[in-house]
Design a protein around this ligand. Sequence first.
Ligand code: ATP
Ligand code: MG
Length: 157
Amino acid sequence: MYFKNILVPYDESDHAKSALHIALGLAGPYPEAKVHVMTVIPSSSLPDPTLLANALETPYAVVDPTSYERIMQSVAENACSDAQALIEQSRDDSQCEIVADAVISNSPVEGIAEYVRSHDIDLVVMGRRGLGALRGMIGSVSFGVLRSVDVPVLTVK
Ligand code: ATP
Ligand code: MG
């Protein structure tokens, strides 16, 4: 197996789901390979109030002001379980290890680049487009990642 730690940055878009499919095609036959399905929660933006309501298990979007960090952590845990649900749907007969993860970072690009360094990632497989505006040929996150990491990046439509 050439790639041992493959990162699939996951933003719940169909493109990112296609990226996971490709990553599992590459790593699936290898029990020693690991695929990381990872969502970046940008710390610069306030989370969606409905996400907050879910995170706090309340029907009201009323935020406990005591700990913003605790709330962000809950949001990250929710993102993690969304990724875990996708993994269960996509696993098929893959023999590789597949893990769900979520990190809080200043931006998706920064979070992905930092994750590549800290988890010994040797390949990134990501959507070329994501959840975003219909502009340009390649999304800003994919473009930023291409510029910021030293490992190969495979972009998927
Ligand atoms: P833009 O956001 O500039 O409008 P876009 O939404 O079309 O463009 P990108 O945001 O670059 O495209 O998304 C491309 C890919 O980047 C996604 O398919 C996904 O793999 C990854 N990605 C985007 N945002 C995140 C995020 N917050 N966490 C993890 N991966 C992400
Ligand atoms: Mg986007």
